[in-house]
Each structure stands twice: as structure tokens, then as C-alpha cells.
Design a binder for this molecule. Structure first.
Ligand SMILES: [Zn+2]
Ligand SMILES: [Zn+2]
Length: 292
């Protein structure tokens, strides 16, 4: 079996869009022989409150998955369950290191709640992600087929500018999937979008992360989707390294047991190709390095 040493980006059924329970994911992680495993359920903090807060007059049955995405109450349940699992695994003398995590979306769209999450003493690891521009739906839901080149450009400019703001704020450990919108724009809609116009701001994002002692991830989910590449791809992992980046994680972004560890060997190869000899894990937000 291939060596899938770590997977630091995974979801369980505490995430509204994921299938497998925490217990099932942890069992699968042990079967795969992962040395380091983190669960990072969604918490898009701009959807923190109970649904009635955002959708007055609607009953829960009328609320769609889109509306439910990442509600804070699920994330808090996930963190509590992960904390329990971590203690259980430690007591059982498990070889696998388990890290309690969360994928925090759009922290600056609800900073008060983001701070609460950042200060939660039970968490080892936080991925900071940008899934939607301010006042706009998740990139998943947008109709790129109807957008002009100019509209697409303004969407991407806003995306990277808001991501940069998030990195300046910096209360997380690694930036999630730098090139997330490409999953839909290039993968689902087949629009080849060059990121050359955004090179300068991507550099600034990397420099800001490095200055703040934060890192990036290689998110391998794109390899098993239509996009066919990692988020971000090699070119940007190389750029990050050239700028002095050292903190790098890999994660499958699995939403079910079948995807756990998928693409991790390729992700590790890509890290090596970019010049990395170590990957990073986090215990209580303290980075430690694992040789690859
Ligand atoms: Zn994400
Ligand atoms: Zn995710």
C-alpha cells in the first residue's frame, strides 16, 4: 500500500455536505496507516447563528443545504466530538496522531465568531478558507457561463483581495485551497482562466502568510475532480517556497471515507518537486515538521 503519511483536510458528517461519521473516518484513517490525521469540519462563520437568524420565517425543513452550509452549531458539535476522540485515541495508545481541527470560512465576515473559534483551546489546527466573496454566494453556486471576461476578472480580483485581508488578520494555521474557484470555473465550466493577472497579489498573500508564521496547503481534491490538478498547482507551491515558505500541509478534502488519503502520495511528490523536504503538522497550533 502507498504511504499516505498524513491527511490534514477532511470532513465528517458534522459538515452539512459530508457523508461519513467521525468514527468511520477515524477508523478508515487507521486502516490506511496514517501517521497524522486531522478533521477539519466546515465552519463558515458568516453562517454562525441558527438558521432563523438568516432566514426569518422559514422552518428548518424549507432550508436547503446551500443555506445550511457550515453553520457554527455543527462545527462546535464536531469540535466537542473530536476532543473526545482525541482523548480516546491517546488512551488506547494509537500510533496515529490525531489533530482536532476546523475549516474556518470567511473569518472577516463575522470576526467576533472567528475569534471565538481561534481561541478555542480544544483545537490543534485551523484551515482559513475563502469560499465566497462578501455578499456573494459560495463559488460553488455561481453561473460562470453567464459571466463576461470582465465580470470573471472582477470576481477573481475580489477573491484574492479578500483572501489577502484574511491572511493579514492571520488567526489560523494554513490558508486553504488558494485556487478554489478554479474547481468550478475551469473544472466544471471548462473555462481556462490564467492566474497571471493575479500573480502580484498571490505573492503578497504568500509573503503575508510567511511573515505571520502561517502556511499553505496542497489540497488534492482537484485531482479526483474534473479540474484534475491540486489547489494550488505546482507553480504556486514553488513560488511559495522561493519566497521563503516553509509551512506546508497536504489534505484530501475528503467528504467520505472512500476519499480519505486520495491524492496524498501525489501531493507529497508535488511538495518534493517544489523543493520541500518536510511537511508540517500542528499540535495546539504549534507547527512541527515531518520528513518526506
Ligand atoms: Zn474549503
Ligand atoms: Zn474542506
Amino acid at each position: 500500500m502507498e504511504n499516505i503519511m498524513m491527511d490534514l483536510h477532511t470532513h465528517t458528517s458534522f459538515s452539512p455536505d459530508a457523508e461519513s461519521s467521525l468514527k468511520e473516518m477515524a477508523q478508515r484513517a487507521q486502516e490506511l496507516g496514517l501517521r497524522c490525521f486531522a478533521v477539519t469540519d466546515h465552519c463558515d462563520v458568516n453562517f454562525w447563528h441558527p438558521f432563523s437568524h438568516y432566514f426569518p420565517g422559514k422552518t428548518e425543513g424549507e432550508i436547503t443545504d446551500a443555506m445550511m452550509y457550515g453553520s457554527g452549531r455543527y462545527a462546535l458539535d464536531s469540535i466537542a466530538a473530536q476532543h473526545e476522540l482525541k482523548e480516546k485515541l491517546a488512551l488506547s495508545g494509537s500510533e496515529m496522531k490525531f489533530f482536532a481541527g476546523v475549516e474556518m470560512g470567511q473569518p472577516l465576515q463575522n470576526e467576533e465568531m472567528a475569534l471565538k473559534l481561534a481561541e478555542d483551546p480544544r483545537l490543534d489546527f485551523i484551515i482559513g478558507s475563502h469560499h465566497m466573496n462578501m455578499g456573494v454566494d459560495d463559488f460553488y453556486y455561481l453561473d460562470y457561463g453567464r459571466m463576461s471576461a470582465q465580470e470573471l476578472n472582477s470576481l477573481m480580483t475580489d477573491c484574492f483581495e479578500q483572501m489577502l485581508e484574511m491572511c493579514r488578520w492571520g488567526k489560523f494555521d494554513v490558508l486553504g485551497h488558494l485556487t478554489y474557484p478554479l474547481r468550478y470555473i475551469s473544472g466544471e465550466y471548462g473555462i481556462e482562466l490564467s492566474l497571471d493577472p493575479y500573480e502580484e497579489i498571490i505573492r503578497e498573500i504568500f509573503c503575508t502568510l510567511i511573515r505571520n508564521g502561517k502556511g499553505i496547503e496542497i489540497n488534492t481534491s482537484g485531482l479526483r475532480q474534473k479540474y484534475g490538478r491540486t489547489f494550488p498547482e505546482l507553480r504556486y507551491v514553488k513560488l511559495y517556497k522561493e519566497l521563503g515558505g516553509q509551512i506546508l500541509t497536504v489534505g484530501s478534502d475528503a467528504h467520505r471515507t472512500g476519499d480519505l488519503g486520495k491524492g496524498i502520495p501525489e501531493g507529497i511528490e508535488l511538495a518534493r518537486a517544489a523543493g520541500f523536504e518536510y511537511l508540517t503538522c500542528f499540535e495546539r497550533h504549534e507547527p512541527f515538521f515531518v520528513k518526506i
